[in-house]
Design a protein around this ligand. Structure first.
Ligand code: ATP
Length: 312
């Protein structure tokens, strides 16, 4: 539903996007990550039809963004990393203004304003002057302006910046809610741990190029990584494990553990290729063979780990 082909963007003397191509399925939440200067903001601005690339093609729900920027503005909501609000206006006036600017029908604007304010948890601030809002509240209002026209696609550049932990949690919930309404979201963020809560697609940029695009971060892999801890680790334990059905690549790992005497404990990590029943059989066998198991869990690779591995 979103397709980008050979996108090139150049600032004077700097190629910010270098022949980017990717596709994003409808209904996904894509985490757009990368080091400072990777090109995230430039990419989002190109997709929002706010700046014109040097070459390439962007298509969003069948709309050619470069040929029909106005039509694109209708179906896209954009939160810039640095945004301006009208400080002397009241919160409801700001939301109404943006609704009018996006050609929302006049009669439905008051309802939309209240809905957006409720979603963002700022309904009790509708009559306050925007200039009197805290940074976090301003951020919420800015997100509100991006969705006031009920767009199909939301492009959010650092939406969590300036939000306290409670508001960030509320933001994660809001993004999931918007997604469940059928909206497709692309969210750029440096707060990788939180992207895990909502993103199901990961796009990693570096130096204007895509270094990884994994659709369905949370999708079921062919294998699962299992961590197992023993009270006493026999020397031949790795061989024992590797000889078992569906087990591959077993290795000893050291986990930082403040509760153990020396501050670190040894565990084994292995890849398991079977279903839950097979996993249960493996566990029962180890217990029957008298291995003193004190830990046994599935290790999920999160966005942060995937990002750091890729960027390295
Ligand atoms: P950050 O995480 O720091 O926000 P980013 O991934 O969003 O970074 P961009 O802001 O898109 O990166 O910048 C991409 C590259 O383009 C950077 O090298 C940046 O210095 C450069 N750049 C951005 N804006 C301009 C500009 N107006 N003129 C010249 N170069 C620019």
């Amino acid at each position: 539903m979103i397709s980008v082909e050979n996108l090139v963007f150049e600032y004077p003397g700097k190629r910010a996007l270098d022949k980017l191509s990717f596709q994003i399925p409808q209904g996904s939440i894509t985490a757009l990550v990368g080091p400072n200067g990777a090109g995230k903001t430039t990419l989002l601005k190109c997709m929002a039809a706010l700046i014109k690339p040097f070459s390439g093609k962007i298509s969003i729900i069948g709309i050619d963004v470069l040929k029909n920027p106005r039509e694109c503005h209708r179906i896209i909501g954009f939160l810039p990393d640095f945004f301006g609000l009208y400080d002397s206006l009241r919160v409801w006036q700001v939301l109404s203004y943006f609704a009018m600017a996006r050609q929302v029908q006049k009669e439905i604007i008051p309802g939309r304003v209240v809905d957006a304010a409720k979603k963002l948890g700022i309904e009790d601030r509708l009559n306050d002057r925007t200039g009197s809002l805290s940074r976090g509240m301003r951020q919420r209002l800015a997100i509100g302006q991006s969705l006031i026209h009920d767009p199909d696609v939301l492009l959010l550049d650092e939406p969590a910046s300036g939000l306290d932990p409670e508001s960030r949690y509320a933001l994660s919930k809001l993004l999931l809610e918007l997604n469940s309404e059928g909206k497709t979201l692309i969210v750029s963020s440096h707060i990788l741990a939180e992207l895990d809560e909502y993103a199901n697609d990961l796009l990693i940029l570096k130096d204007g190029c895509i270094v990884e695009h994994s659709i369905s971060v949370k999708s079921h892999k062919k294998f699962r990584t299992i961590i197992i801890g023993l009270l006493y680790m026999p020397e031949d334990f790795l061989q024992v494990l590797l000889a078992m059905e569906n087990v591959k690549s077993a290795e000893i790992i050291t986990l930082e553990d403040s509760t153990s005497k020396d501050g670190a404990s040894k565990n084994v990590r292995f890849d398991f290729y079977g279903d839950n029943e097979k996993l249960n059989e493996l566990l029962e066998k180890l217990v029957a063979d008298n291995y003193k198991i004190c830990e046994f869990y599935i290790k999920h690779e999160n966005v942060q780990e995937q990002y750091l591995k890729t960027i390295k």
